[in-house]
Design a protein around this ligand. Structure first.
Ligand SMILES: [Ca+2]
Length: 368
């Protein structure tokens, strides 16, 4: 069922009493940190500092006062052309004792470029990574093009590591092939190996790492507090950006089903929906270019609890989706720019936004 948002919002506006509308929180936006080049992924350490990737291939720490460190040592080389580079990072659930960090990057190998997952340790003085080791390459590598790497990492309540991979653009059909790790969400042990209870484990000709298939370029992954459902966002072509709820073994349709068209205006989809393929819970035509997503569960903005935030690149800004169970019930645009790559809820209940700019920043949203 397609959500007709303008109608829905109008209906909501008419239904809500004026007092409820007046409760929309006032928001203050400040530059928390500056001097970062195209920050892409970030995670708060237990001590409150923020570990941030820069897409050209650097890792930095941002102090609680917003001071940005020198680049950390021990960061592996990356393939930074096109949409590549050092992309996401995630701390292991037991980081406090293991200091394990997972990184996703674009890498050039024999045969072309691919999405690579690495495991490393943050040194005791936090000035470098130790023993950064590739643990999964989303093969096969592809010579043509340097786009659509996906590359978002999320740890589930089941302890598994989920990794999104893009279709790599040149051949859309890669997303539908079960012997190919492009255009998928993968479910992995912390060694990078597939988990034995994965949906395609043991199926001849299928990669056992695959959790879901039929994705174009997914850069948003977030587990919903309370339900443990895995929500995902992906870029569509011209129109057809999606938010999905992922279920093991399901096919999300790309390129056989999409609400967008190709950049030259030509049709891609066979049909608006197909049997055996899961429709999105939210789609945008025209595009918003959704990158990272995060659920809000903090105390600073009580009215936002349970909402899903979407970092938008174009038109640039921040989107808040209201959610009831497995449905999106409304949409609010909170910022009209700059381009936002990722949204990270802080341990202080504030929201931290990574801007996709050459002279990038981390914006902080606090109650106004
Ligand atoms: Ca889809």
């Amino acid at each position: 069922m397609r959500l007709r948002l303008p109608t829905l919002l109008l209906a909501l506006a008419l239904l809500l009493p004026p007092v409820a509308r007046a409760q929309a929180p006032a928001v203050r936006v400040t530059d928390f940190a500056t001097g970062l080049e195209r920050p892409w992924g970030a995670a708060f350490l237990p001590d409150g500092r923020l570990l941030v990737t820069e897409r050209p291939g650097r890792l930095r720490l941002v102090g609680r006062d917003g001071q940005v460190s020198a680049p950390l040592g021990g960061v592996p080389a990356v393939e930074a052309r096109g949409q590549g580079g050092l992309l996401d990072l995630a701390l292991a659930p037991d980081f406090a004792t293991t200091r394990e960090v997972y990184l996703c990057q674009a890498m050039l190998v024999q045969g072309g470029a691919l999405t690579r997952l690495l495991r490393a340790r943050l040194a005791p003085d936090a000035a470098s990574l130790e023993a950064a080791t590739p643990i999964l390459d989303a093969t096969p590598a592809q010579e043509q093009g340097r786009n659509h790497y996906g590359c978002r990492i999320a740890f589930g309540p089941d302890g598994a590591l989920y990794l999104s991979t893009g279709d790599r653009y040149a051949d859309k059909q890669r997303a539908q092939r079960l012997d190919d790790l492009a255009g998928k969400v993968l479910r992995l042990a912390r060694s990078g190996a597939p988990l034995p209870d994965n949906p395609f484990a043991g199926r001849p000709g299928a990669r056992a790492e695959i959790f879901t298939l039929g994705h174009r370029n997914p850069q948003g992954l977030a587990f919903q507090p309370g339900t443990g459902r895995l929500w995902q966002a992906e870029f569509g072509p011209r129109g057809g950006d999606e938010v999905n709820i992922l279920a093991a073994g399901s096919n999300y349709g790309w390129p056989r089903v999409t609400r967008g068209v190709d950049y030259d205006g030509s049709r891609i989809a066979e049909a608006p929906s197909l049997p055996g393929m899961v429709d999105p819970v939210m789609s945008w035509v025209p595009s918003v270019s959704p990158s990272g997503i995060a659920f809000y569960a903090g105390e600073a903005f009580p009215a936002w609890r349970g909402s899903l935030f979407v970092a938008a690149l174009n038109p640039p800004g921040l989107i808040r989706l209201t959610v009831a169970g497995d449905r999106v019930t409304g949409e609010e645009r909170l910022l009209d720019g700059p381009r936002i790559r990722q949204v990270v809820p802080g341990p202080d209940g504030l929201l931290y936004l990574l801007t996709d700019e050459g002279r990038g920043r981390i914006l902080r949203l606090s109650p106004g």
